[in-house]
Design a protein around this ligand. Structure first.
Ligand code: NAD
Length: 314
């Protein structure tokens, strides 16, 4: 019997990406079932019953989903961050989980620069701003997205610094960034850009003590996850520092937290506090295509060749 791949996307992919995903699954003789823009978890719980494989985006795969997924062998998060998959639960059920590393890195990197320029040029209000050339940017985490930002930073004539304990310092240096030994060391630089996954170690790790260390014009860029930042501390920092800027693609889900930050900064003109309307770092035609197609290819390679290169561990 042909395998069934469920495309479960609460926020649908662009139509072009869906056609490309379907081209991959149908070439393999698999059936693609689309559950897009679904409104309730019940829809997902029903749809997953027949699925051998699943492609998701920010959709939550937890024990409740797995309990209904009698045939599921593999779930692929089309994207980088996989904090929406309960890896202990998937492992417990013998379901392989994967992400599609690097496929949306350039999309996020371009957004980082878009936000930096918007901030440096005062949200285009006609007043005098500053240039990025010769300024420093420090990366917390030096994976796919950080490296893509670093590549653009080199083009802008900026100096890059990076802290990533999972990558040897020599390797960071080889890539043209200066390795930094501690998280605190990052905050000596004007821009600090967050590119770590959300883990117990990184959760709420960006706090007032670190942010108050930043030099004049200190700017935190967050395209990682809102939970990496200590939100109550951020409100304090905005009150204490008139020069501090926060450029963020991952606004808190909690509306009150978001409003508290906006009230603390009093930034009517969108210069010091930039929140994208919705998480949009990976929302480009190219990233949709890249991540969706990679997910479909990884599923086919898993079933046909036992390929598990991108498998995630709890
Ligand atoms: P990646 O896995 O390529 O890189 C993550 C890096 O963080 C790795 O090099 C890892 O060694 C490092 N790291 C892990 N724990 C660390 C720690 N405690 N301290 C320092 N470094 C640590 O992932 P990526 O593609 O670069 O994406 C990074 C994160 O950005 C994702 O986990 C995701 O949450 C987020 N993201 C957001 C969007 C968006 O749309 N805004 C898109 C892509 C990724």
């Amino acid at each position: 019997k042909a395998r069934t791949v469920l495309l479960a996307t609460e926020k649908a992919f662009a139509a072009d990406a869906v056609s490309k995903i379907e081209a991959v699954t149908s070439a393999a003789g698999y059936k693609l079932v689309r559950l897009e823009n679904y409104k309730s978890k019940d829809d997902l719980l029903k749809a997953v019953a027949d699925a051998d494989a699943m492609i998701i985006r920010s959709d939550k795969v937890d024990q409740a989903v797995l309990d209904k997924a009698a045939k599921l062998k593999i779930v692929v998060r089309a994207g980088a961050g996989y904090d929406n998959i309960d890896l202990k639960a998937t492992e417990g059920k013998g379901v392989v989980s994967m992400n599609t590393p690097g496929q949306n890195a350039n999309a996020v990197a371009e957004l980082v620069f878009g936000m930096m320029i918007t901030s440096a040029r005062n949200n285009y209000d006609g007043t005098s701003g500053f240039e990025l050339v010769n300024r420093s940017i420090a990366f917390y985490g030096f994976g796919a997205v950080a490296r893509a930002v670093h590549k653009l930073a080199q083009g802008f004539g900026m100096k890059s610094f990076a802290y990533d304990p999972y990558i040897p310092a020599e390797k960071i240096a080889e890539m043209g960034a200066t390795p930094v030994a501690t998280v605190a060391g990052l905050f000596e630089h004007q821009y600090v850009s967050l590119h770590v996954p959300l883990t117990d170690e990184t959760k709420a790790s960006i706090n007032k003590a670190l942010l108050m260390k930043m030099p004049k014009g200190g700017t935190l860029i967050n395209t990682a996850r809102c939970e990496v930042v200590h939100e109550a501390d951020m409100v304090e920092v905005f009150k204490a520092r008139q020069d501090f800027c926060y450029l963020c693609d991952v606004a808190p889900d909690d509306k009150a937290a978001k409003e508290a930050m906006a009230a603390a900064v009093g930034d009517k003109f969108g210069k010091r506090l930039i929140f994208t309307a919705k998480k949009m770092g990976a929302q480009t035609l190219e990233a949709n295509d890249n991540c969706g197609v990679a997910a479909a290819n990884q599923i086919v390679a898993f079933f046909e060749k036992g390929e598990t290169r991108f498998a995630l561990k709890a």
